[in-house]
Design a protein around this ligand. Structure first.
Ligand SMILES: *Cc1c(COP(=O)(O)O)cnc(C)c1O
Length: 478
């Protein structure tokens, strides 16, 4: 009797592997849980294959997130994947490492070394900056409510006392979420031709006694520019001299706060300024850990700065400690990865790495200028983000969306998108230079950029991308 194909396949052992298995000739299950199991090898290879067409990390110039760590870090993190950072009693060393990282950040951001964690200042790891921003915003909101009630405001009277938050219009989308979730009015200080960061001539026009705080952005996602937080701090100090409700500043340093402390060229933006009460950063951006980890530090461990209702007790070695984060369970692996990076590289290591990043960013600016076609809006002299627009009189028939498509043919992801409100008619392209972008990769990129532009000039490309598409939203989410 003739054997069925299936019997033959089974006899020669192919069912345990990908090549020749019946699964490899079927589409992967998509809609509902498959009825049957499949061998681990086959499933692993199928999933691996499925992922192969995703962006290549080296060529993804769109993301801020870490795509490469050292093998030692990979190993440590893999080892810690099965831990739960919230179980502080079960994993006391992970809890300790979390505190050490908070402390290192607090001091890196200008708190004196003599100040000690959990007496003078306080902080926590988060899933990313979004959670950090949410916590920073919430502490401003709760603290405003307490202070407002103390001086007799009826904070339930939203007609007279609806809380508001002041921020420049190129904010990351998390701030919009914060305002929607907690019913806070967002007051956007618009950008214009001369003010690509917060407009210090007008910011104070937006504040009143219902302002819970001002967000200073140390690294604007759209362009890589920074708000002049030193100037903002002066304005706030001046205002606070006579204010019934003194103002506070939270700094969203998602990517800048782990870059600028290591290189020259920045005015004070952190706890060196006395009105800055809290700072958040993404550990998975220039902290050089895989997503997702973030951090927030409050400069004083007082109920005034971090109100009581935001502190929850979790058991820790026979007593309890404050848990502040919104998310409960998450792996301890990222904390281990962050702590590894801090002890491995130290200040000198981060400095060397970030200086290399800066060299690459400056090189890209040089090359962009050579084309004579672009106005460079962010040149890498501060944060290592290259961002440019086409000159108004550039003699070309293509636009930056065409350039995005053309570069994608070479594998590079370089998004084009409109600037925020008030300048949304301007389209820009952005490259985020990350530590894994070596000069050799940059050489390749520049070569391909030249080819892409030559091709576009030849074909007079027209875009088939829908430019009304809110690409900025995608950018915002990176
Ligand atoms: C990336 C970013 C965020 C959000 O950070 P995640 O770590 O992705 O949650 C917030 N603010 C700014 C300025 C950012 O660049």
């Amino acid at each position: 009797m003739a054997e069925s194909d299936e019997q033959i396949t089974n006899q020669i052992g192919l069912e345990q592997n990908f090549l020749g298995s019946k699964e490899s000739a079927r589409s992967l299950p998509k809609d509902s849980l498959p009825k049957d199991a499949m061998p681990a090898n086959v499933a692993a290879q199928l999933v691996q294959h499925y992922r192969l067409n995703e962006a290549k990390a080296n060529q993804n110039l769109a993301t801020f997130c870490t795509t490469e760590m050292e093998p030692q870090a990979d190993h440590l993190m893999t080892d810690a994947l099965n831990t739960n950072a919230i179980d502080k009693s079960e994993y006391p060393k992970t809890a300790a490492m979390e505190n050490y990282c908070v402390s290192m950040l607090a001091h890196l951001w200008g708190l004196p070394e003599s100040q000690k964690m959990y007496r003078d200042f306080i902080g926590t790891s988060t899933v990313g900056s979004s959670e950090g921003c949410m916590l920073g915003g919430l502490s401003l909101l709760q603290s405003w409510k307490h202070r407002a009630e103390k001086i007799g405001f009826d904070t339930k009277d939203l007609h007279h006392h609806k809380p508001n938050l002041v921020i420049m219009s190129g904010y990351q989308v998390v701030w919009e979420k914060f305002c929607v979730y907690w019913n806070v009015e967002m007051r956007q200080v618009p950008i214009d031709q001369d003010h690509m960061s917060m407009d210090m001539d007008h910011v104070m026009d937006y504040v009143d006694e219902n302002t819970i705080g001002i967000i200073g952005i140390h690294g604007i996602t759209y362009t890589g520019a920074v708000d002049d937080i030193q100037k903002l701090d002066q304005l706030v100090s001046e205002y606070n001299k006579t204010a019934v409700m003194p103002l506070r500043i939270h700094v969203d340093g998602a990517f800048g706060a782990l870059f600028s402390p290591f290189v020259d060229g920045f005015k004070p933006w952190d706890f060196r300024l006395k009105n800055v009460v809290s700072i958040n950063v993404s550990g998975h951006k220039y902290g050089m850990v895989y997503p997702g980890i973030g951090w927030i530090v409050w400069r004083h461990n007082t109920d005034d700065i971090l109100p009581k209702e935001m502190r929850f007790s979790v058991p820790y070695l026979g007593s309890t400690v404050d848990s502040i984060a919104i998310n409960f369970s998450h792996s301890g692996a990222h904390i281990v990865g962050q702590y590894y990076n801090f002890v491995r590289f130290g200040y000198a290591g981060y400095k060397a790495i970030m200086n290399n990043v800066r060299k690459v960013s400056l090189r890209i600016t040089d090359e962009l200028n050579k084309f004579g076609l672009f106005d460079v809006l962010n040149d890498g002299k501060q944060l290592p983000i290259n961002c440019w627009k086409l000159k108004d009189d550039a003699p070309v028939k293509w636009n930056l969306y065409d350039l995005e498509s053309e570069l994608a043919k070479y594998g590079w992801q370089v998004p084009a998108y409109p600037l925020p409100k008030n300048r949304q008619d301007t389209t820009i392209s952005r490259v985020v230079v990350r530590p894994s972008m070596s000069m050799t990769i940059t050489d390749d990129f520049i070569e391909d950029l030249k080819l892409a532009i030559a091709n576009l000039n030849k074909t007079h490309g027209t875009t088939n991308l829908d430019t009304s598409n809110p690409t900025a939203m995608t950018i915002n989410n990176k």
